[in-house]
Design a binder for this molecule. Structure first.
Ligand code: PMP
Length: 311
């Protein structure tokens, strides 16, 4: 896996990554008032590199930004264009992870110091780094976190807000301290919300089930991809309904979905074995379908892939 050039798009220009810095007075650093995305680009089976569902990620970034009154200054098409340009300049040919960040920067002249969203300037930065699949295809064990996912009238959990990830970090920390790889968080009603950086699916009585967006979770793009692929390719509908802790413990299969983690089988939860203790048949079929789709092996989903092109 070849290294890529350390270049970022920062404050309107492409600069060496070491120059993509922020001052300590940055509002987002102090108050967590930033929004971000995680996007992957994949080496295609027939050569070249393509960004997977970049447009959808940028639409979500723009929705997140509206919640925090951040002016990104570009529409989704411009942002996907900037991303392709960044990948060309970094010389990326293999799998890459892209991290766009839009954030509250500095108080405008005349704005008194304080926690506020108006009277503060905005900034945009995008960087990328080499990242292949890191999924443990054999499956992971998850804790059920004692940290609850905040209710969306406490924190906008459907927006990908930097400050909100304190909750996720605490949950991962607790899970790791207990010998697990990840955490599943319940919402304030005690129903399953999501994992630390992924959505949760279960196979129960031959049906695929995932919590609805109203369960206080991020509406994952991988979640949508999996729902689509299950219906189109595996003739399996997904029920979006509340899942309790017990539903997960008794499920035949459980897996997580996210851009970074892709599809990860969960073979243990809170010390119990899930299903047979190894990745189940529907999980395995979805993993295969997903990897084929992101590498461009299914022409039906080429509209999800944006070719980066060469410099
Ligand atoms: N939930 C949370 C809290 C996340 O951080 C992520 C990763 N963005 C996801 C779910 C999965 O979202 P996606 O499939 O769009 O990456």
């Amino acid at each position: 896996t070849p290294a890529i050039a350390a270049i970022a798009y920062h404050d309107g220009e492409f600069v060496p990554l070491e120059r993509a810095q922020v001052p300590v007075t940055t509002q987002a650093l102090q108050y967590g008032t930033g929004v971000f995305e995680g996007i992957r680009a994949y080496a295609q089976h027939d050569g070249g590199l393509a960004v997977f569902r970049g447009h959808d990620h940028y639409l979500r970034l723009l929705r997140s930004a509206r919640t925090l009154r951040i002016e990104v200054g570009h529409d989704a098409a411009q942002l996907t264009g900037l991303t392709a340009e960044l990948l060309r300049r970094t010389g990326s040919t293999g799998d890459v992870y892209i991290r766009p960040l839009a954030y509250k920067r500095a108080l405008l002249p005349g704005t008194p110091p304080g926690v506020q969203l108006q009277g503060v300037s905005d900034a945009l930065s995008i960087n990328a780094f080499r990242m292949g699949s890191y999924t443990d295809r054999g499956g992971i064990s998850c804790a059920i976190s004692s940290w609850r996912r905040p209710q969306s009238d406490t924190l906008p959990v459907r927006a990908k807000v930097t400050g909100g990830y304190v909750n996720n970090a605490l949950a991962v920390d607790e899970a790791r301290a207990g010998g697990h790889q990840d955490a599943i968080l319940l919402n304030s009603r005690g129903q399953v919300a999501e994992a630390s950086t992924s959505n949760v699916f279960a196979v129960i009585g031959g049906r695929l089930v995932t919590p609805p967006v109203t369960a206080d979770l991020l509406e994952g793009i991988t979640r949508d991809t999996v729902i689509t692929l299950a219906a189109d390719l595996l003739d399996t509908r997904t029920d979006q309904r509340d899942l309790g802790r017990e539903d997960l413990l008794q499920a035949d299969e459980v897996f997580l979905t996210g851009t970074g983690s892709e599809i990860v089988p969960v073979i243990g939860i809170a010390g119990r074995t899930i299903g047979s203790g190894s990745p189940g048949p529907l999980t395995t079929a979805l993993m295969t379908a997903y990897h084929d789709v992101v590498r461009g092996r299914h022409s039906r989903y080429h509209h999800w892939l944006q070719a980066v092109g060469s410099a």
